[in-house]
Design a protein around this ligand. Structure first.
Ligand code: ASP
Length: 436
C-alpha cells in the first residue's frame, strides 16, 4: 500500500505546522511519498515565502538591494529549523541562493527555492531521503511541461521506500529551473502519485474539503463527501477552486483517487475525488455542488427563418474562432442564435466581431447583453432523475430571479443557467437552500 501526500503552504507555515505534518505522516505507514510547498502565511497579512522570493528576484534584477526581504526569508527558515532542533546546514544553502540572486537568477529559480528548502527541512525532520524535483520533473525548452520525459525519470521513485520531494518546479533540458504556475505543487503531487502507483493521493490543505458552494455566498455550505473527476472538472471550470486545475490529469488518467484533507483537523474525512463511475449518487440530494462566475456577454442574432439556412451556426462560430474567442454555450431558437462568451475573452474584440457578424451572417437584428452571470448546478445524481430541473427553476422563480439562459449538457450532469449579474449570489443561495 502506498500513498502520496502533498502539503500546501499553510500546512508548512511554521515549526508547529511542520509538527502536525509529521504526526499525520507517521500516523499511517502507507504515507511514503511526501510533496511539500514553500511555507505560506502564518496569519492574515503574513508573507508567503514564494512571494518574498519573487520580490527578491525582481529587486535584484533592477539592481536594488534585496537584503531586507531576503532576511525575512532567512529568519522564517532558520526559525523552523531551530525550533524543530534540525541540523540542516541552511546557512550555506541560503548564502548560495543569495549569491545566485545577485548574479541574475530567473524568477523561476528564485521561486523554486522555497519548496527546495522546505523539502530539505521536512526530509531531515522525518528521516526520509530528499529527492530533488529537478531530477524528476521535466520541461521542454519553450517552458511547457514535458510529460514523456517526466514519466521516464519519475519511474526511479518506485525503487524507493520513502521520499520527500519539493513541489512546484523541475528543470528544462538545458538545466535551468522552471516552475509550474502558482499553486503548482498540486501537480507535482499528482505526478508523484502516478509514478509511485499510489493507491491514494492525499492533498492536505487548510480546509475540511471541497465545499458544495462558495462559502462567501453560502456560509454554512456543506463539505462534499465524494465527487467524481468529471463533476469536479465542471465545478472548477465554472469557478470553484481548491486544487490546481492541471493537477487532476496525471491521477485521473491513472484512476487514482484524491483525498482533500485539512492539516489542522486531521479527524475530518475531507473530500474524496474519485474516477467516474466510482461514486454512488446521493438519493436525497441530486446536486453535488454549485459554482458560477460573473462577467459574461450574450450576443443574440435574430433572423427570420434562420433555422432553415444551412450552416448558419457554422458561420457564426467561424467568426468567434477567427477572433480566438471561446464560446461557453450557444442556446438557439427557430429564428435566433445566442453566443455566450466571457467578457475577458471578448475584451477589445467586440467591434470587430459585430462588424463580421453583419457582413458574414446578415442578421435582421443583433442584440448584445452584458452583465450576465452563469450558475452551474452539477451532480451525477441529476442524471435520469425526474423533477430536478423543475425544482431548480421553481427555486429561482420563488426567489424572484429571471432566467436568461438555460443550457443542459447532454451528459445531464450539469445544468447551467444565465441570470442578471445582480442576481448571481441570490441564485446560488436559492438553489442551495432548495436542494440541501
Ligand atoms: N509555493 C508556490 C505558490 O505559492 C507553489 C505552491 O504552493 O503550490 O504558488
Amino acid at each position: 500500500m502506498c500513498k502520496t501526500v502533498k502539503f500546501g503552504g499553510s500546512s508548512l507555515a511554521d515549526a508547529a505546522q511542520f509538527q502536525k505534518v509529521k504526526d499525520i505522516i507517521l500516523a499511517d505507514d502507507a504515507r511514503r511519498f511526501v510533496v511539500v510547498s514553500a511555507p505560506g502565511k502564518r496569519y492574515k497579512g503574513d508573507d508567503k515565502i514564494t512571494d518574498l522570493l519573487y520580490e527578491c528576484q525582481s529587486l535584484a534584477q533592477s539592481g536594488a538591494p534585496f537584503d531586507h526581504v531576503f532576511g525575512r526569508i532567512e529568519r522564517r527558515f532558520l526559525q523552523i529549523r531551530d525550533r524543530l532542533g534540525l541540523s540542516v546546514d541552511l546557512e550555506a544553502k541560503l548564502s548560495d541562493i543569495r549569491h545566485i540572486l545577485e548574479n541574475g537568477a530567473s524568477p523561476d529559480y528564485a521561486a523554486s527555492r522555497g519548496e527546495y528548502l522546505s523539502a530539505l527541512l521536512m526530509a531531515d525532520y522525518l528521516g526520509f531521503p530528499f529527492v530533488d524535483a529537478s531530477e524528476l520533473i521535466c520541461f521542454h525548452d519553450d517552458g511547457t511541461y514535458d510529460d514523456e520525459t517526466t514519466q521516464s525519470r519519475t519511474r526511479a521513485l518506485k525503487k524507493l521506500d520513502r521520499a520527500v520531494i519539493p513541489g512546484f518546479y523541475g528543470k528544462r533540458r538545458d538545466g535551468s529551473v522552471r516552475t509550474f504556475s502558482r499553486g503548482g505543487s498540486d501537480i507535482t503531487g499528482a505526478i508523484v502519485a502516478r509514478a509511485t502507483e499510489s493507491t491514494l493521493y492525499e492533498n492536505w490543505t487548510d480546509v475540511d474539503g471541497f465545499l458544495m458552494a462558495d462559502p462567501h455566498i453560502v456560509p454554512d455550505a456543506r463539505v462534499i463527501d465524494t465527487v467524481t473527476y468529471s463533476e469536479l472538472r465542471e465545478l472548477s471550470y465554472m469557478g470553484a477552486t481548491v486544487l490546481h486545475e492541471d493537477s487532476i490529469f496525471p491521477v485521473r488518467k491513472a484512476r487514482i483517487p484524491i483525498n482533500v484533507r485539512n492539516t489542522n483537523r486531521p479527524s475530518a474525512k475531507g473530500t474524496m475525488i474519485v474516477p467516474d463511475g466510482q461514486s454512488t449518487p446521493d438519493k436525497s440530494c441530486p446536486l453535488t455542488g454549485i459554482a458560477g462566475s460573473r462577467g459574461f456577454t450574450v450576443i443574440t442574432l435574430q433572423k427570420d427563418n434562420l433555422h432553415a439556412e444551412p450552416a448558419y451556426a457554422y458561420r457564426v462560430l467561424g467568426i468567434l474562432a477567427r477572433h480566438n474567442v471561446i464560446v461557453e454555450c450557444m442556446p438557439s431558437g427557430i429564428d435566433t442564435i445566442s453566443i455566450v462568451a466571457s467578457d475577458a475573452a471578448l475584451r477589445g474584440k467586440m467591434d470587430a466581431i459585430y462588424h463580421d457578424i453583419l457582413t458574414d451572417c446578415s442578421p435582421d437584428t443583433v442584440e448584445i447583453a452584458s452583465c450576465i452571470a452563469l450558475v452551474a448546478s452539477v451532480g451525477i445524481g441529476m442524471v435520469r432523475t425526474k423533477g430536478v430541473a423543475a425544482n431548480l427553476f421553481s427555486a429561482l422563480a420563488d426567489a424572484g430571479i429571471n432566467v436568461r439562459i438555460i443550457d443542459q449538457g447532454t451528459s445531464e450532469m450539469n445544468l447551467i443557467v444565465g441570470v442578471e449579474q445582480r442576481d448571481f449570489e441570490k441564485a446560488i443561495k436559492a438553489i442551495y437552500r432548495r436542494f440541501v
